[in-house]
Design a protein around this ligand. Structure first.
Ligand code: UDP
Length: 434
């Protein structure tokens, strides 16, 4: 997930940025209202009852989620639903976004990339910047929390700075820690030591030194959010048509940030191979430009350059009004959804695509193989050639696409919807005797 990225740009309370100490710069995020009952018909039998029973034992507990951004990327996506659901089942739950300026987010971007395996680590100055902003935020954190869940590395030092402010501290890691830059991880680990629990998407991401404090809990999607709610094919066709897609010709699509790990250039190369055999194929690259990603625009421009003016390649972003509904439309309508990632924390876009019942061709990296069973609920691929081959196979055999899509949807229903994630959190709280 998009960790390491994130900037306190979204200010739901409308507060202006002032000098530290003058106002509260930890920003509370406005929480939508959601009801667990609305998810009953989409959840497996017994799950909703189990959640209610667990939640009853935790009624009134004060839970804080602390993250780097309220907008864009997987973390915000999850918190936008899990926080309202925690409130609905009786917890006193809040979400606050940390304060940071460009220098901080430049440092945390390096931290993020480095923890995902990039050889470049932070300079001494960047570590100092990271710590300084953590201190500013820690100084503003109120006390009396039963649980404080700190998301990703940006605010990770806060626990070590004000451990007395919460009874249970949990570090929620959303990134791929399977092959981290050892220097960076070594430097981060002392700040993780005071946490009583840490949560990872996969067992493979648990670093040494967690000493039995690690929990493995995969993320989930909200089937009722605008991004994932059921959409008629006609509406999806209409929306895609508005963006210049020829609705009478096949469409490959990748929804992702413009980021080297998501390999949009590789997707273009795969599309070009497909086009040799299927000249009418089109490609849509749909990617939100995180205001918090300093490299995003460079990579977006590199992607546009790589497309080289091909009129059948549609490169769209949130600045061309691609929001949740449009992402839903592209995911619901495309003939093949590609997620050609080279590194991936979990890959919520894969979950979302599978939930739409569309066939997915995705890199066999990070959390993707956990979701997608090769040949049953999509195809796992390694490299441009394989990606093109599998996409073509699906385009040539629509019943195969339908079959893969149906199986994918069922997997998501059973394993990756929000009520299951809520249950797992409650179970963790109970396990730590909150
Ligand atoms: N996303 C979006 N618009 C875009 C691109 C991505 O809303 O143009 C969403 C996407 O639907 C998913 C999240 O951002 O919910 C990305 O999560 P993922 O785990 O796939 O990757 P991350 O960006 O966190 O690395």
């Amino acid at each position: 997930m998009c960790a390491g990225l994130g900037r306190n740009m979204f200010r739901p309370t409308g507060a202006r940025m002032r000098a530290p100490g003058q106002i509260k710069m930890l920003q509370p995020v406005a929480i939508a209202q959601k009801q667990l009952a609305d998810y009953a018909s989409l959840s497996s039998r017994g799950l909703i009852e189990e959640i209610r029973a667990r939640a009853e034992r935790l009624r009134g507990k004060r839970v804080l989620h602390l993250s780097a951004t309220a907008f864009g990327g997987g973390v915000a996506e999850i918190l936008n639903t899990i926080v309202p659901l925690m409130i609905d089942v009786g917890l006193e739950c809040e979400w606050q976004v940390i304060y940071g300026r460009e220098e901080f987010f430049n440092a945390t971007k390096v931290l993020h990339n480095s923890l995902q395996g990039n050889p470049t680590t932070l300079s001494e100055e960047q570590w100092a910047t990271w710590l300084r902003y953590n201190e500013i935020n820690a100084a503003q954190l109120s006390d009396g929390w039963d649980v404080c869940i700190v998301h990703d590395p940006q605010p990770a030092a806060v626990c070590s700075l004000v451990p007395e402010n919460a009874r249970l501290w949990v570090w929620r890691c959303h990134i791929d820690l399977s092959t981290p830059n050892a220097l960076t991880l070594e430097r981060l680990l002392p700040y993780l030591t005071p946490y009583q629990a840490a949560v990872f998407h996969l067992g493979a991401y648990v670093p040494a030194g967690m000493d039995g404090r690690a929990h493995v809990i995969p993320p989930a999607i909200d089937p009722l959010a605008p991004k994932n709610m059921a959409f008629s094919l006609e509406d999806a066709v209409y929306i895609c048509g508005q963006f210049g897609i020829d609705i009478d010709r096949p469409l490959m699509c990748q929804v992702s940030r413009f980021d080297p790990w998501k390999d949009p250039l590789g997707v273009i190369d795969a599309y070009r191979i497909v086009k040799e055999s299927q000249p009418d194929v089109q490609l849509a690259l749909v990617g939100s430009m995180a205001t918090d990603d300093p490299e995003g625009w460079d990579y977006f421009n590199a992607t546009v350059a790589h497309a080289d003016g091909d009129p059948d390649i549609h490169i769209l972003n949130n600045f061309s009004s691609v929001g949740a509904i449009e992402v839903n439309a592209f995911q619901s309508y495309s003939d093949v959804l590609v997620q050609k990632s080279i590194r991936e924390g979990f890959g919520l876009t894969v979950t979302e695509a599978m939930w739409k019942g569309r066939p997915v061709v995705a890199g066999a990296v990070g959390g993707i193989p956990l979701q997608l069973s090769d040949g049953k609920s999509g195809f796992l691929v390694d490299g441009v050639g394989e990606c093109a081959e599998r996409a073509l196979e699906i385009l040539r055999d629509p019943p195969l696409g339908k079959q893969l899509g149906r199986a994918g949807k069922e997997t998501v229903r059973q394993k990756f919807l929000m009520p299951r994630l809520l249950r797992d959190w409650l179970e963790l709280f109970e396990g730590h005797e909150v």
